[in-house]
Design a protein around this ligand. Sequence first.
Ligand code: CO8
Length: 261
Amino acid sequence: MEFETILLTTIESGIYCLTINRPAQFNALNAQTLAEIHSAAEYLKTQADARVLLLTGSGQKAFAAGADIKEMQSKTAIEGQAFGRKGMQAFRSLELLPIPVIAVVQGFALGGGCELAMSCDWIIASEQAQFGQPEVALGVTPGFGGTQRLSRLIGRSKALELLVSGRRIDAATALAWGLVNHVYPADQLMNEALKIAREIAAQAPLAVQMCKQLVIRGQDLELTTACLLEEQAFGLSFSTTDQKEGMAAFVEKRKAVFRGF
Ligand code: CO8
């Protein structure tokens, strides 16, 4: 697919990469970028070969330095809300992608950039990465899910500390607070992303997708119903060829070859 403000590429079989590509603006997210992220997510939903998505920013300075302030500056309340809705839709479509999505954060992930990273399934970061929700310094609240995803990820008190002070945290703090899963030297970040992407791509695709759906959808449910969903998914997985292959390979002491059905 052709885009102007993002790149969507296949790194190798099953491993896709979405790059926010406005390096001169520190990958600030304008309306076009949000629409393109949404389109890319909708497109990926239809790609049967897709196993995992890496999401990153172009250049070394920024993953994304937030929503585009210059574009937002003159918006009215109703236009601001519409812009917020666009971001919410784009990020939710990423979050609900059947395949795992990993944010690869090499620099600033601020405001909408931090919200974009948090809509991925987990975040890995370089030692230079910085995270924050500086919206209060601009006279606005976060608008792409930041108050909700941040507090769910790191808890109410740490989330509020960041949200109301606008302060930034470095990668080591983000790791200690549970916002990111791993921190690597900048020159190793993409290699490490690829390593985990390959590990995921080698697993049984439907089982991977069901795990993701169970976690994401289960979070909105009470435990009994959520566990029932898992029970049903577990049963359903026994109807797949890959279950037969996975268990036969274990018994026969060989590597499984999964086919995705
Ligand atoms: N929007 C537009 N342009 C940006 C943004 C941004 N968010 N961030 C950086 N840029 C641009 C700068 O304007 C500059 O461009 P130019 O050279 O043309 O002036 C270029 O990127 C480089 O930036 P700096 O010169 O400022 O680089 P520094 O290294 O000095 O600083 C920072 C880097 C710290 C990242 C700094 O640029 C900064 O503070 N940026 C803004 C960070 C921020 O406040 N982000 C939150 C934005 S609001 C938001 O995301 C809300 C999301 C929900 C919206 C819902 C709508 C209702």
